[in-house]
Design a protein around this ligand. Structure first.
Ligand code: NAD
Ligand code: UGA
Length: 386
């Protein structure tokens, strides 16, 4: 930890970070990294702390005096401004960010991603504090290529699908496709932060994550989350595999995604934290363009990897096609393809992702099996007994 230097060879001074949403998937990994590898302090703000309990207790942990948990709902708590004032940097991760909510709870989604983020931006701007705000790759919406005829050769041309921070348009569907409530709220908060930078000198960095996945993502329905809840695809498919039921492919599983291992992505965030001169004023794609699959291929790969790590053979019919209306309800729509352009993050921070899809699924599904297999067996035998 001693003698840490930034990318320009300058000594890194310990700072205090107000991390809002620290108890979530990304927050838990970022806290872990900051505690184990840096001298920085974290004021961890969230309504839950289950995913960071191992960092908070026991009080004898090496970093015990560098992390404090504050159980605060940022919608309505006057303590927020005080915490932002105490910190050198605020990182805002708090959001509703599961697609099943975008079309079924659009008001909560818009409030969470725009209205609730407003005071955070305002307090940072008014108090001269730096802000790293988590947006999303969903702000790009659909690719330009999605509007070309299916057999157009231009669909193979990267100019029609690679997503660039400073060039690509944001293409959303019509208003009744409420799926886009999330992307639209995130886009507006990005524009507001950018304007605070331009007009009031706010020092900001915007992060656009592209499908970060790994241990502790979301929840397993009926085990550590609601039985009827629909998490993001990694947890949905993990749940199906653990319960030995078919993986559900929405609208044929044709949508394409690039998946990145959470630990690779966290390296990029640490570089942003410790290199403000290189990160301020920028919006960064953070993803792994080499790990592209469609959802059907993801399902097949996860089925193979899970067989390997659990030692169980796969079931006879491993996948099942479902319509998006059946699975998510009215108003669902989808991003067709998401390949991040890496030029800006490469130039500013020299960062590249490392982990191949098979390897990141192997470590993640090993974790899922170890954490949940027994609990699922017990829950299923109880249901059968009843
Ligand atoms: N995981 C990804 O791949 C991904 C992709 C794109 C964008 N993002 C963005 O990154 C951020 C973090 O995502 P995540 O995957 O860790 O999600 P997450 O749901 O695991 O974490 C969000 C955390 O914010 C907390 N939170 C929400 N509202 C709050 C409030 N009003 N007050 C206090 N805490 C509140 C939640 O309790 C949760 O612990 C989000 O802004 C999300 O939109 C994530
Ligand atoms: O992670 C990201 O980068 C962003 O994208 C996600 O959106 P999306 O990728 O559509 O969400 P997933 O739930 O991970 O779904 C991926 C794909 O799998 C499909 N899916 C999901 C679940 C399932 O059981 N079956 C299935 O076919 C979805 O329809 C979608 O096409 C979420 O919006 C956010 O977490 C985030 O902003």
């Amino acid at each position: 930890m001693a003698g840490r230097v930034d990318l320009d060879g300058n000594q890194i001074k310990p700072i205090t970070i107000c991390m809002i949403g620290a108890g979530g998937f990304i927050g838990s990994h970022l806290c872990e990294k900051l505690m184990s590898e840096t001298p920085h302090k974290v004021l961890a703000v969230d309504v839950y702390n289950d995913k960071i309990k191992h960092l908070l207790e026991p009080a004898t942990l090496a970093w015990a005096d560098r992390i404090q948990f504050h159980r605060i709902n940022i919608k309505n708590d006057s303590r927020l401004e005080g915490l932002i004032k105490m910190a050198d940097l605020t990182i805002n991760l708090a959001a509703i960010c599961t697609p099943a909510d975008y079309n079924t709870r659009p008001l909560d989604t818009i409030y969470s991603n725009f209205i609730d983020a407003l005071p955070v931006v305002k307090y940072c701007s008014e108090n001269g504090k730096r802000l790293i705000h988590f947006s999303t790759c969903e702000v790009y919406g659909k690719t330009i290529g999605a509007f070309l005829p299916k057999d157009s050769p231009l669909r193979q041309d990267p100019a029609y699908y690679v997503l660039k921070e400073d060039e690509s348009p944001c293409i959303f569907g019509p208003i009744e496709k409420q799926r886009w409530s999330y992307a639209c709220a995130k886009q507006l908060i990005e524009r507001l932060i950018y304007a605070e930078g331009a007009e009031n000198g706010l020092e900001f960095t915007i992060v656009r994550p592209f499908n970060w996945i790994g241990p502790r993502m979301d929840f397993i329905p009926g085990i550590d989350g609601p039985s009827e809840g629909v998490p993001r695809v990694l947890a949905c498919f993990s749940n199906n595999l653990l319960r030995r039921e078919p993986l559900k492919l929405v609208d044929g599983g044709e949508s394409q995604r690039t998946f990145i291992y959470i630990k690779d992505a966290i390296e990029a965030i640490l570089l942003m934290i410790e290199n403000p001169a290189r990160a301020n004023g920028h919006t960064f794609n953070v993803g792994n363009p080499n790990n592209e699959v469609n959802v059907r291929q993801l399902a097949e790969m996860m089925t193979q990897v899970y067989s390997k790590v659990s030692g169980e053979s796969s079931i006879e019919t491993p996948t099942l096609d479902v319509s998006s209306k059946e699975f998510y309800g009215e108003g669902y729509d989808d991003s067709d393809k998401r390949i991040p352009d890496m030029t800006i993050i490469n130039k500013q921070l020299g960062w590249n992702p490392k982990t191949a899809l098979w390897d990141l699924l192997e470590s993640t599904l090993t974790y899922q099996h170890r954490t949940y297999a027994e609990a699922i067996k017990q829950a299923m035998s109880k249901t059968t007994a009843n």
